[in-house]
Design a protein around this ligand. Structure first.
Ligand code: PGA
Length: 252
């Protein structure tokens, strides 16, 4: 059985350690009794010091990005070694904002992914289509291309360590959620790709989160779908009560 995973992607919000601490101190008691859901907070780099606050709780910490080298002249980049050293457990790779605004492509994300795996950071890898793709009936084609490019050269053993986040770009931060059926259809297709590229058992074991305007009022409908293993939450993760409700909705 796959354990659902809920990520709170704070994006470029709550990067001041004091704000991040306040948010976490509100969240910790609300979710302390939650079992069988992996909870990951993904703050800006400047607030990664909250790692100290979550110690001993059921909350883990992830980074929003990393570079594929450990050290060197790479001004402005973050080393996976530093992340590992400070106790960061997860790393989000290939978020659509990285792809679209910062022009990251599948090849670069693939390099980062291989590096993250080699450092034993747990990658959450995002894929998803634009609205035009969906309107032109190209969703599966786009997903297949991103899947093949991003996971190029990833072994069967490695893919089971990856969390895939399906995030239709038209649903991110727009308040437009994919319907549970629309989301589940793509999740099922991703499982099909996993089955074709690896095998059926692998396809059944990889966790696939949904992301894009997940809110307390739509979370449980989404998470009840067979192929949806939790969510990657942006806006609603910035409020402790909303985020706690979403986490509880993932408990099976
Ligand atoms: P949203 O963001 O929940 O605000 O739509 C999701 C994401 O970008 O991961």
């Amino acid at each position: 059985m796959r354990i659902p995973i809920i990520g709170g992607n704070w994006k470029m919000h709550r990067g001041i350690p004091k704000d991040a601490k306040e948010m976490l101190e509100a969240l910790i008691p609300l979710v302390k009794d939650v079992r069988n859901v992996d909870i990951v907070i993904v703050p800006p780099f400047t607030a990664l010091s909250i790692i100290d606050i979550v110690e001993g709780t059921n909350i883990k910490i992830g980074a929003q990005n990393m570079y594929f080298e450990e050290k060197g002249a790479f001004t402005g980049e973050i080393s996976p070694l530093f992340l590992k050293e400070i106790g960061c457990e997860y790393v989000v790779l290939g978020h659509s904002e990285r792809r679209d605004i910062f022009k990251e492509n599948d090849e670069l994300i693939n390099k980062k992914l291989k590096k993250a795996l080699s450092m034993e950071l747990k990658p959450i890898v995002c894929i998803g289509e634009h609205l035009e793709d969906r309107e032109q009936g190209k969703t599966k084609e786009i997903i297949k291309g991103q899947f093949e490019g991003t996971f190029n050269g990833i072994s069967k053993e490695e893919i089971t360590k990856i969390v895939i986040a399906y995030e239709p770009i038209w649903a991110i931060g727009t308040g437009k959620t994919a319907t549970p059926e629309q989301a589940d259809e793509v999740h099922q297709y991703i499982r099909e790709l996993l089955g074709n590229n690896y095998d059926k058992q692998t396809a059944e074991s990889v966790r696939i989160q949904y992301g894009g305007s997940v809110k307390p009022n739509n979370a449980s409908e989404l998470f009840q779908k067979e192929n949806i293993d939790g969510g990657l939450v942006g806006g609603a993760s910035l409020d402790a009560n909303s985020f706690a409700d979403i986490i509880k909705a993932a408990q099976k």
